[in-house]
Ligand binder design. Sequence first.
Ligand SMILES: NC(=O)C1=CN([C@@H]2O[C@H](COP(=O)(O)OP(=O)(O)OC[C@H]3O[C@@H](n4cnc5c(N)ncnc54)[C@H](OP(=O)(O)O)[C@@H]3O)[C@@H](O)[C@H]2O)C=CC1
Ligand SMILES: O=C(O)[C@@H]1CCC=N1
Length: 273
Amino acid sequence: MTFTSQGPLLLAGAGKMGGAILEGLLARGLDPRTVIVQDPDPAPAVGDLLADNGIDVLPFIDELTQPPGVILIAVKPQIMEAVLPGLAKLAGPHTLVVSIAAGRRLASFEKFMPGAAVVRAMPNTPAAIRRGITVAVANKRVTPVQRAFADDLLSAVGEVLWVDDEALLDPVTAVSGSGPAYVFLLAECLAEAGRAAGLDAKLAAQLARATVAGSGALLEQSDLSAEQLRKNVTSPGGTTAAALEVLGGVDGLQKLMTAAVAAATKRGRDLAK
Ligand SMILES: NC(=O)C1=CN([C@@H]2O[C@H](COP(=O)(O)OP(=O)(O)OC[C@H]3O[C@@H](n4cnc5c(N)ncnc54)[C@H](OP(=O)(O)O)[C@@H]3O)[C@@H](O)[C@H]2O)C=CC1
Ligand SMILES: O=C(O)[C@@H]1CCC=N1
């Protein structure tokens, strides 16, 4: 199935994530004439995408000739209360609401749009190259057909998984939503460590980037677990073993990562308040 709905797609928030999803949908053949965008100041790259496709952007939309089939909400969670009343006025009885905001509960959308069919989803930035992973949860109003639409819409930027328990969305956000930042931090730190060990900055950055990217591709394509792939690099008494000893396994990196994911999970819960 290719995403299509009973009315236009209204994108609220043409930033990094909203822009990435729209780009994926357009690349897959979504008719740009069926897209309406609300954003007071779209990200420059998204502005180019919109201009190239002849899609108008309005800072605020207070009226539409036809209710949207889908409202995709991709604004920051902190401004949600300011944005939802306006979007609620545009929604019709059959409008499907899809939010990708971190922390924002299904109930917080239902408060402004009573009776609305709402999907809460958490994608991640590899969506920009259609290699994202999204986890989604639907409220009780979402029909099987609407859920299939949402699945199709979100799958324009990668894999989509569904859960029934909304509480899982906060740890999901902490692992896969925020996760790319942990990997990029690793690349940054590895490059800097290479520089400190005597490599010139350009070579160190090139090696770190290629190593993270190549390891990710190997992890994806191999049947082996991450643990086994790590063991395959680690010769007894060798260089890797010396480094991993410093990183400290369960007492070191594992402890730190567990605390980091717990902090992100808590922040997601706090954003709901
Ligand atoms: N970045 C990420 O890795 C991920 C983000 N998310 C979620 O996606 C959402 C968007 O994040 P991200 O794309 O990073 O953020 P961005 O800041 O890149 O995008 C948000 C966009 O919304 C615009 N905006 C501000 N006010 C309004 C308004 N009233 N109506 C419509 N648009 C408005 C912003 O404009 P301006 O810049 O002028 O404020 C900006 O262009 C967040 O809720 C975040 O939690 C989910 C998964 C991953
Ligand atoms: O940091 C954030 O809040 C957003 C949600 C997941 C990734 N970025």
